[in-house]
Design a protein around this ligand. Structure first.
Ligand code: FAD
Ligand code: DLZ
Ligand code: SF4
Length: 517
């Protein structure tokens, strides 16, 4: 009797519809799930991220067993655990004498490299299958990208609308427009209070994982106190349904808003569940579309949300695989400043930044505009080293996997890819943050002041950024106006601005070694 097929399922592949199981039958398959030290420490992940993944893996193993599958589950505290995917696959081959190994492609370049070596290192044949949880196959993305001078998300998104039929009437977008972003730029009104997220009380499995995390990863960033992420498919579906009912209708209006202490606003908070396989992105988009078709949510909210998933999410994933491995080392603006310590401690007088670090620490979450226009904008303007910034984002967010984190950091935020992904850097002064948030009114700095010790640091940093990158950026059509303003500025004013930014930058204390790696 030939042995079974061994199917390793990784911690972000927790879906019964995963491609590695599509042609398998329970009586001829052993599923291997591995908690391994290498994955828990390749960056020093937020405690809540490790807890989410290990708890969701343990729940998924139970779900698979209940459905009749044989699951060989290796726990982190197993004394014989080798600590790596490859080591555990080799050990499982000894245990089960399989006739082959098949696996769905991973989300990270580093793991893909290791899997490709399996062909030579394993004593049986191995197959790597495409990840069909993504709507657009990578081969289609490469075809789309081939021969284009500019790889802009907006055009990709339109193709995805046509491909999926989402929000389409024949070959035309419903409502006559592809994109309703201009209607999605609302700042917050005073006292804006969104409905709370559904609380998921940790069950016995999750509590056991918490104890393991507190014991083994005590020095990692972040806290487990507020942990409320869904760790099962059923809870993720509840979280989805609550979002559709309570927050989707205002998702568009407040998509770009920031309110101190209101950590989720009208965002979905579903990225961890989507990324680890508890929710299917296309199914989610179809449900979102139904909310509009049945009159429960406005078109601008529904279009905005669907664009994030079939547009940005799919595009970002395509760009990751297209641009790797170079993207990991890209530094198009030659930025060298080390990550400041306050990214880990929140200890800064800048209220916007300290609030964004606080939610990151408490929830392993910050919403998109906080990641892009506060934490990211500061990193861009201050010239932080892309690899330091990427390590930080990869470590601190529950939804962070390199395929999605790195293009957002190196491409969208830092322009380290020299504009392959974004048509211009998202650089902004304090005025933007003031317009979109309630941060500035209670900040120690004055957002209206341009220079001096009590001036909002973003203001002088904005010009410092443009001035020091003039050679690289002055040719950008979309930056023509700010550069014209800069050149019109009186020379002494320009000198004051640069001196003010330099004085501020000199106060930044670099992060202590060992936080991220
Ligand atoms: P919502 O605002 O409700 O959006 C809905 C969904 O759209 C998200 O769940 C997500 O699946 C998708 N989405 C929205 N924007 C993006 C985007 N730019 N790229 C990919 N998907 C998107 N997202 C991650 O999933 N993992 C990351 O590691 C990650 N790192 C980021 C780093 C930076 C610097 C920036 C600017 C963005 C990053 N994002 C990342 C994208 C985005 O910020 C998060 O997906 C979002 O905040 C998740 O919260 P939500 O589910 O409430 O999203
Ligand atoms: C992020 C993570 C962590 C913390 N731990 C594990 C683990 O112990 N076992 C596992 O299978 N996956 C884990 N993951 C997710 C992997 O890092 C992820 O599957 C790869 O990076 C590929 O995207
Ligand atoms: Fe942030 Fe400047 Fe506003 Fe303070 S004044 S919250 S530093 S933007």
């Amino acid at each position: 009797m030939p042995g079974p097929i061994l199917v390793p399922i990784l911690g972000d592949q927790l879906s019964p519809a995963i491609s590695s199981l599509a042609d398998r039958k329970p009586d001829d398959t052993v599923i291997l799930m591995m908690e391994v030290a290498e994955e828990t420490t390749y960056v020093r992940h937020h405690k809540a991220k490790i807890a989410l993944i290990l708890s969701a893996m343990r729940h998924f193993a139970a779900e698979l067993r209940a459905a009749g599958w044989t699951v060989d589950y290796v726990r982190l505290d197993d004394p014989t655990n080798t600590g790596s995917f490859t080591g555990e696959v080799l050990r499982a081959i000894e245990r089960h004498a399989p006739r082959g190994v098949q696996v769905t492609e991973p989300g990270e370049w580093r793991v893909k490299q290791a899997m490709e070596e399996w062909r030579d290192r394993l004593p049986v044949r191995s197959r790597i299958l495409p990840d069909t949880r993504f709507i657009n196959p990578l081969t289609s993305f490469y075809e789309w990208a081939a021969g284009r001078r500019e790889l802009r998300m907006e055009y990709f998104y339109r193709d995805m609308r046509r491909k999926t039929g989402l929000l389409m009437e024949g070959d035309k977008p419903v409502g006559g427009k592809w994109n309703y972003d201009s209607e999605n730029r609302g700042g917050p009104e005073k006292g804006l209070t969104p409905p709370a997220l559904p609380p998921f009380t940790p069950d016995a499995i999750t509590r056991e994982v918490f104890a393991l995390v507190e014991q083994r990863f005590a020095g990692h960033f972040g806290s487990l106190e507020k942990f409320a992420w869904p760790v099962t498919r059923a809870d993720a579906e509840t979280a989805r349904d609550v979002f559709l009912k309570e927050r989707l209708p205002l998702f568009g209006k407040y998509q770009d808003a920031m309110v101190a202490g209101q950590d989720f606003l009208f965002h979905a908070a579903l990225s961890p569940a989507i990324n680890i396989g508890l929710l299917d992105p296309l199914d989610l988009c179809r449900r979102v579309e139904t909310e509009w078709r049945e009159g429960r949510a406005p078109l601008e909210a529904v279009e905005g949300f669907i664009r994030q998933i079939i547009g940005w999410r799919e595009y970002i994933r395509g760009m990751y695989w297209l641009e790797m491995p170079g993207l990991a080392d890209a530094n198009g603006l030659a930025a060298t400043r080390p990550l400041p310590d306050f990214y880990w401690t929140g200890d800064t007088k800048m209220r916007c930044l300290s609030d964004c670090v606080r939610t990151t620490q408490e929830n392993a979450y910050a919403h998109h505009i906080q990641r892009l226009m506060v934490l990211g904008n500061f990193a861009l303007l201050a010239g932080l080293k892309p690899q330091d910034v990427a390590d930080w984002y990869l470590a601190v967010y529950a939804d962070a996997f390199e395929w999605v984190e790195l293009p957002n950091v190196a491409g969208m935020v830092l322009h380290a890819d020299k504009g392959r992904l974004a048509s211009k850097p998202y650089a902004a002064s304090g005025a933007y943050i003031d317009r979109m948030s309630d941060y500035c009114s209670k900040c120690a700095y004055n957002v209206k002041k341009k220079v001096g010790e009590d001036a909002c640091p973003f203001n002088a940093l904005y010009w410092h950024f443009l001035a020091r990158n003039e050679q690289a950026l002055a040719g950008y059509h979309r930056l023509a106006q700010p550069y014209a303003t800069w050149r019109r500025m009186a020379e002494d004013k320009r000198a004051d601005t640069i001196a003010s930014a330099d004085a501020f930058l000199a106060t930044l204390e670099p992060a202590k070694p060992g936080w991220a790696r």
